[in-house]
Each structure stands twice: as C-alpha cells, then as structure tokens.
Design a protein around this ligand. Structure first.
Ligand SMILES: Nc1ncnc2c1ncn2[C@@H]1O[C@H](COP(=O)(O)OP(=O)(O)O)[C@@H](O)[C@H]1O
Ligand SMILES: [Mg+2]
Length: 303
C-alpha cells in the first residue's frame, strides 16, 4: 500500500485551466493552452514535485491540446476530468494593453466534481492552490471554495492568487474575503492590488488584504522591481534577478509556483524562499509564453 500511497501528488492546483486565443493579425489567431492555475501546476511539476492540476476539460480540439500538454508536463491526469461541454476560451483581441473576454457559457470547466477525484488524495497533498476566474464562474467558484475549506480542515495548506481579471469588477469582495481567510499563502502583484482596491494606495490595499487574514503569508510581486514577503510582523525584500526579457507571460504563476516548490522541497529561511520564487519568475521571462523553468534554470539565476 505504501507504494500506491507514494504516487499521490504533493501539490494540487485547482481550476483555471483554459485556452488563450491571442490575435496575431487582423483576423489571425494563435491558440495556447493556459490558465493561471494550470501554469502554477506546470511550474511546480517542472521543478520536480509530484503535481496535479484539478479541473474539467471538454472533448474538443482545444481540450485535447490542454490534455496532451498536461501529460507532457508530467501532471497527474487522474485529477483532470472530461465532459461533453464547450471549452473555456480567453479571447485576447488586443495585447497592448491586454484586452480580453471569456467564452465558455455552460462550459466544461463548470462541471468539475471533486467527489470523482482519486480516493484519499487529501491525505498526501501538502499544498493546494486556487485563484483567478474559476472562483467567479458558478457553480465552479462555490465548488472550489468548498474544496478549499475542506482541504484546510484536513490540514492541507492553501495558496491563493486572486489574479485580477475584468470578471471581478462586481461582487468579488465576498469571494476575495473568503479565499483570503482560508489561505496560508496569498500572492498578489502590485497591479492586482491596484485593481482589486480601486482608488486606494498600494500600502492601504495591502493592509486591507492582510486584515482579511493576519496569519497568512503574503507575497507581493512588482515585475522587475523589488518584491516583498510579509510574514507576521516581518517584511522580507528582494529584487528579482535581472534577465533579458522575451515576455512576462506567466511570470507571476512561476513565482508563486517557485515559492510553493521551495516551501515543500527546499530547506531554508524566508529570504531564501523569496529569492527562489523571484528567480523562478525571472526564469520564465527569458522565454516567450508561460515557460515552466527547470530547477537548473532557477538555480543558475540564484548564483
Ligand atoms: N521584467 C522582469 N525581469 C525580471 N523578472 C521579472 C520581470 N517581470 C516579472 N518578473 C518576475 O516575475 C515575478 C512576477 O511578476 P509580476 O509582473 O509582478 O506578476 P504577474 O505576472 O502576476 O503580473 C516578479 O516578482 C519577478 O520575479
Ligand atoms: Mg499574477
């Protein structure tokens, strides 16, 4: 039994698996498997921990791409469900600045059913991650919030990255408050803070998030500028390594993935974990698209 048990993932990212449709010309489009949650799962898997991305895909060509890329990324596919419903697409019709809308009415993602996950998976998983638009797509959002609460009750640590999107314009506050309250670790970018708490300074926005759960560790990333890690009354600061940037797609997802990996697999103090997270984010920027850096790539940047 021990060997069967040992094959369970230590890390599960739940939700936020989609296809980005990115306009490349007037009426030319590039499709890319994506989703913030899916990127975080791939980041942790690539760094070397047994990982799953939990969610539901359709049975269409886009979902096939997501499935195949997930397999190639080494994700535990027992956590990926499939139903005959339309795929979730993010239509990015302008890239500068990113301008997008989502398609996925009655989408396959909404059918995710945690009761069909492998038995007793919660006994082995150490951290679970939640965030982004899945939390505002009902009934999935309610399903995921309930799952996060159940996992927390089971002693699993919860990571949360709101990842502000335009769907969070109205009525998001209770969801933010609930998820922040369940979280051991919260990741926000300075832009997330700016958009989630409009008309408020960054410091006040951060104070509002922290007030929702003073026990939670909070990582604030600021692109190439100094990031901060807030643990209790302590604040740790570090700048990401400077790199030649191809693009910054998925940088935040790699940084929280890197932090989670470091907390699960590396010995060190908070400043070491922070530096590892920032190196993981920077490593992603060296490649176009949401590249998942290897451990060797991250370690090279830490030198
Ligand atoms: N221009 C950059 N140069 C180096 N690292 C970067 C750059 N942009 C982002 N990163 C890395 O990715 C992390 C997250 O980036 P950020 O833009 O703050 O988050 P998000 O992708 O969520 O908007 C940063 O803390 C840093 O480690
Ligand atoms: Mg982000």
């Amino acid at each position: 039994m021990a060997s069967e048990h040992s094959t369970f993932p230590q890390f599960v990212s739940a939700g936020d698996i989609l296809t980005d449709m990115i306009r490349t010309d007037v009426s030319s489009w590039l499709s890319r498997p994506g989703g913030a949650g899916w990127n975080v799962a791939r980041a942790v898997a690539q760094l070397g921990l047994p990982t799953a991305c939990a969610g539901s895909l359709g049975t269409d060509n886009f979902s096939d791409d997501l499935w195949d890329t997930s397999v190639a990324s080494g994700l535990d596919m027992r956590f990926m469900q499939r139903v005959e419903r339309p795929p979730l697409l993010a239509i990015v019709h302008k890239t500068q600045p990113p301008t997008y809308y989502f398609m996925g009415e009655n989408g396959a993602d909404l059918a995710f059913d945690p009761s069909n996950l492998p038995q007793s998976w919660m006994d082995r998983v150490k951290w679970a991650h939640f965030g982004c638009i899945s939390l505002v797509r009902q009934p999935l959002g309610t399903t995921l919030a309930a799952l996060a609460a159940q996992l927390r009750g089971h002693g699993v640590k919860i990571s949360f990255d709101p990842n502000y999107r335009n769907l969070m314009e109205h009525g998001y506050e209770p969801i933010l408050r609930n998820m922040a309250g369940l979280a051991d670790l919260i990741k926000v970018s300075n832009e997330d803070l700016h958009m989630l708490f409009k008309g408020v300074s960054e410091a006040d926005a951060l104070a509002q998030i922290r007030a929702m759960n003073p026990q939670a560790t909070v990582l604030v990333t600021r692109g190439s500028a100094e990031a901060t890690l807030h643990v209790g009354d302590a604040t740790y600061r570090a700048r990401p390594p400077s790199v030649e940037v191809a693009d910054t797609v998925g940088a935040g997802d790699a940084s929280i993935g890197g932090l989670l990996y470091s907390l699960m697999a590396r010995h060190g103090e908070w400043p070491d974990h922070l530096r590892f997270a920032l190196a993981a984010g920077a490593a992603t920027c060296c490649h176009s698209g949401a590249h998942s850096p290897s451990l060797a790539e991250v370690e090279e940047l830490l030198k």
